[in-house]
Design a protein around this ligand. Structure first.
Ligand SMILES: CC(C)(COP(=O)(O)OP(=O)(O)OC[C@H]1O[C@@H](n2cnc3c(N)ncnc32)[C@H](O)[C@@H]1OP(=O)(O)O)[C@@H](O)C(=O)NCCC(=O)NCCS
Length: 206
């Protein structure tokens, strides 16, 4: 198996790898591949951190890390990660994550954040993000919102993660019946926790 940067000529194949990987899961919403296309056209895209895994010249897996922010610090959001069903459980996903981490260190990123399975990502070092002071911008079980410290000397970060706008997570404040209401709407399409699709929350204002 080899891992390399994605190229424009790979986009169609990557699209189908993502579709096949997520079609095989219960939690997909069919938008994961469109999310990747949108991210590629946005400011958060990092060409060096969109990788494909190849076996005998055939693309069998894909991973994308994009820029996100915690306060003023740029961190990475890992999403999505896809491996063709027939190549799963052979170490492809792990290899993609580890190679991404290696490149991310070279590029001087301090943290990678993922929303996903608490059974999968800890295998490659992820721990609940709140241990670093990083909070999710939506309600999620703490064990599913994880972070990995890429560099020992990474500065401290503290605050709510702000994903690239292409993820479609936004928070608005609206006025309703004279009362201030805080409304948070999150639309996630990306991880093993994809069952969190249309997460919306209405909180009474102060
Ligand atoms: C999740 C995924 C990327 C893992 O890739 P992979 O190449 O199969 O993973 P690896 O071979 O590196 O690791 C396999 C190990 O992880 C575990 N694992 C794999 N997928 C898992 C999941 N969704 N949840 C928990 N554990 C998982 C397996 O138990 C396996 O361990 P075992 O063989 O000792 O039992 C792949 O299964 C996939 O593409 N799934 C569909 C899309 C998806 O859910 N993507 C992740 C969210 S963005």
């Amino acid at each position: 198996m080899s891992i390399r940067k994605e190229e424009a000529k790979d986009y169609e194949i990557i699209y189908s790898v993502i579709k096949k990987a997520f079609d095989s899961t219960k939690h997909a919403d069919g938008n994961e591949r469109d999310l990747v296309n949108a991210l590629r056209n946005g400011d958060a895209y990092i060409p060096e951190l969109s990788l494909v895994a190849e076996v005998d010249g055939v693309i069998v897996g894909h991973i994308m890390f994009t820029k996100a922010k915690v306060e003023d610090t740029v961190v990475l959001a890992l999403a999505p990660l896809s491996v063709l069903p027939e190549y799963q459980r052979q170490g492809v996903g792990t290899a993609l994550i580890k190679e991404g981490h290696r490149i991310a260190r070279e590029l001087n990123y301090g943290y990678s954040i993922v929303l996903g399975s608490e059974k999968y990502y800890p295998r490659v070092g992820y721990v609940p993000a709140d241990l670093f002071g990083i909070k999710a911008p939506f309600d999620v079980p703490r064990e599913n919102f994880m972070a990995y410290k890429l560099k020992d000397d990474a500065g401290k970060v503290c605050g709510v993660l702000k994903y690239a706008k292409e993820f479609g997570i936004l928070t608005v404040t609206c006025q309703k019946s004279g009362k201030k209401m805080k409304s948070a709407f999150a639309r996630l399409t990306m991880t093993t926790l994809c069952q969190i699709h249309h997460l919306s929350q209405m909180l009474p204002g102060e």
